[in-house]
Design a protein around this ligand. Structure first.
Ligand code: G3I
Length: 338
């Protein structure tokens, strides 16, 4: 149903919270899951399988099997892949945190980017090169790069190598795969707010320095207890006006479940309207070419494990029955064809 210039993606479930969940790796073993993944989507994002702790768990040890399987699956099914992610503070193995010598750390990051991006060169449509590099306003110390200057979760590369490492990460990724579109990616940037403006200013600086930055991505982990990000479209447009692509990369819409655990019709309707609103914003912005949801089935969603009493954040129930949100996305794409 999607227009020719828009791919519709999902995270491919595996690694991360799935490792402790008591079911086998969803991407590998759930036949129904794989069938729907192949049939319903034109883009796939490894949920955890290209992150440092998964793909580079020990120094000199790369574990490519799961990422290879996803890229092969995508190609076999005519899908593109979003690479996720290279420069991130989270899911970074202890051996990386332990490196104190800046020259050594820089060499390790360069090798990682060259090795991982190089392995899949020509086969990845978009890479989240830098992920969540700003701390939030609500963190101690407030909105700033995760440079260790306050009590925020620290990105050790930015802390030990300085903010210039962001530009270098983009340069190394571009050299390793000149075809891939390279993105900044974060959450809580959907609205035109201080955090998205910090990214806007950073993007302008990087572009002025001729850094190969091609896009800005909005994760869009939304929660119905907060208002819909009504400035999303205008905010996306200002990045588009810089000449960047934009993308929705991790959309899900969580809410607090009633005591009986069953969402109300009103909750499901509000969730559907929220999914639809984000898709409409992307459709309205010329170079928003990629719209990805962070999983498509409640069984495998990361949400219940992170937010107690919240859930039902995806577009299908645990048994893959479609929710109103699924139909809202479908109808919105159909309407865009007219
Ligand atoms: O590393 C620890 C390990 O030491 C410990 O033994 C184990 C016990 O539970 O936990 C391990 O951490 C897990 C981690 O993945 C690494 O495997 C966490 O429990 C687990 O919750 C975590 O989940 C992933 C999460 O990223 C980590 O931030 C989720 O599967 C994944 O869906 C989620 O995805 C992120 C995007 O990449 C970036 N944007 C936000 C999004 C949602 O958090």
């Amino acid at each position: 149903m999607a227009p020719d210039d828009l791919v519709i993606g999902t995270a491919a479930a595996g690694g991360g919270h799935h490792l402790d969940a008591g079911y086998p790796d969803p991407f590998t073993h759930d036949k129904k899951y794989r069938k729907l993944l192949a049939a319903e989507f034109s883009s796939v994002s490894p949920e955890n399988q290209m992150k440092w702790d998964f793909i580079h768990p020990e120094r000199g040890v790369y574990n490519f099997a799961a990422a290879d399987a996803i890229v092969d699956f995508a190609e076999a099914n005519g899908q593109v892949v979003r690479g996720h992610t290279l420069l991130w503070h989270s899911q970074l193995p202890a051996w990386v945190h332990a490196i104190e010598d800046p020259a050594e750390l820089r060499a390790v990051l360069k090798d990682h980017i060259e090795t991982v991006v190089g392995r899949y060169a020509g086969r990845i449509q978009q890479w989240d090169v830098a992920n969540e590099i700003f701390a939030d306003e609500w963190d101690k110390g407030g909105l700033r790069l995760r440079d260790g200057s306050a009590e925020h979760a620290v990105n050790p590369f930015i802390e030990k190598l300085g903010p210039g490492i962001i530009a270098d990460a983009f340069r190394w990724a571009h050299a390793a795969d000149p075809q891939a579109k390279l993105f900044l990616n974060d959450y809580a940037v959907e609205d035109w707010n201080r955090k998205s403006t910090a990214y806007y200013d950073l993007a302008k600086q990087l572009l002025a320095q001729k850094v190969p930055l091609h896009g800005f991505a909005f994760q869009a982990h939304l929660d119905l207890q907060y208002p819909f990000p009504s400035t999303l479209r205008a905010n996306m447009q200002r990045f588009d006006d810089l000449g960047l692509e934009t993308a929705i990369t991790e959309l899900d819409v969580r809410f607090t479940l009633p005591a009986n655990g069953v969402p109300t019709d009103a909750q499901l309707a509000q969730q559907a309207a929220t999914y639809q609103g984000v898709l409409e914003a992307c459709l309205a912005v010329e170079d928003c070419n990629s719209f990805t949801i962070w999983g498509f089935n409640d069984k495998y969603s990361w949400v219940p494990g992170f937010f107690s009493s919240q859930g039902a954040a995806t577009v299908m129930w645990e048994d893959y029955e479609r929710k109103p949100a699924y139909h809202a996305l479908h109808e919105t794409l159909a309407a865009a064809q007219d």
